[in-house]
Design a protein around this ligand. Structure first.
Ligand code: BTN
Length: 228
């Protein structure tokens, strides 16, 4: 079932609300715009009209890390179909030419040690221009329209986008981790770059078999990557 809204504070919150009331696996919440969009690490997500913002309720999937990587691959595949050349910045960013075009946020809700459900949020900057974004985001963001010079009819492509994302979720559910890793590694934006994550600083070498970013031999499993 797809719940469509013109505006919401955050599709993540609406999806959580529905999941708590028992909404089934695969339920989708889409909004044309959000006033309180959320990103990773407590950051906000700018969500003007022209972008695509969705949250998907996922039950019976235990490993959110590979889910995030798999969804990143799916978003990259969608963008590649248009002729764009996206890269993936571990762990949840999709870039084109070093600028952010999409982001993924996987949140979980648990009761005690039991994982009740996950909510996977996907935001893609399709139409409009990042020149209209708030100043702090302007230099680091890009839209697909900026890249291609034409806009996308989001309504016409939504079913395909959702099918592609659901295939990526199923891949993670089936535990096809090596396939997910190899697809991610093929688009790894950080490989060979000087980076810092928390206290760990050095050259990003690869994504290891656990989905961690290896910096000068040290696997890092979470955190914001700063490019040096
Ligand atoms: C990030 O890059 O930090 C993650 C961004 C995730 C944004 C999406 S848009 C749909 C969903 N609803 C939200 O409030 N956030 C996610």
């Amino acid at each position: 079932m797809i719940h469509q809204f013109d505006a919401l504070p955050s599709t993540q919150d609406k999806a959580r609300e529905l999941a708590r009331k028992g909404a089934e696996d695969g339920t989708v919440v889409v909004a044309k715009t959000m006033t309180g969009g959320r990103g990773q690490h407590g950051r906000s997500w700018h969500a003007p009209e022209g972008g695509w913002y969705a949250s998907i309720i996922i039950r019976d999937l235990q490993d959110p890390r590979f889910l995030t990587l798999s969804l990143g691959n799916a978003v990259a595949e969608l963008l590649e179909i248009t002729g764009a050349d996206p890269q993936l910045k571990w762990v949840n960013d999709v870039w084109i030419d070093g600028k952010k075009i999409a982001g993924i946020l996987v949140e979980s809700e648990s009761t005690g040690s039991n994982l009740d459900f996950l909510v996977a949020g996907i935001g893609i900057n399709f139409n409009g221009t990042a020149n209209d974004f708030p100043e702090a985001l302007r230099e680091t963001s890009v839209t697909l329209e900026d890249v291609l010079g034409v806009d996308t009819c989001i309504e016409d492509t939504e079913a395909y986008i959702l099918d592609t994302l659901k295939a990526a979720i199923d891949k993670a559910r089936r535990g096809e981790n090596l396939e997910i890793l190899n697809a991610f590694r093929a688009r790894d934006a950080l490989k060979g770059q000087k980076v810092r994550v928390g206290d760990v600083e050095g050259t990003a070498e690869r994504i290891d078999e656990n989905g961690c970013l290896v910096i000068d031999g040290t696997p890092v499993d979470a955190g914001t990557v700063e490019l040096l």
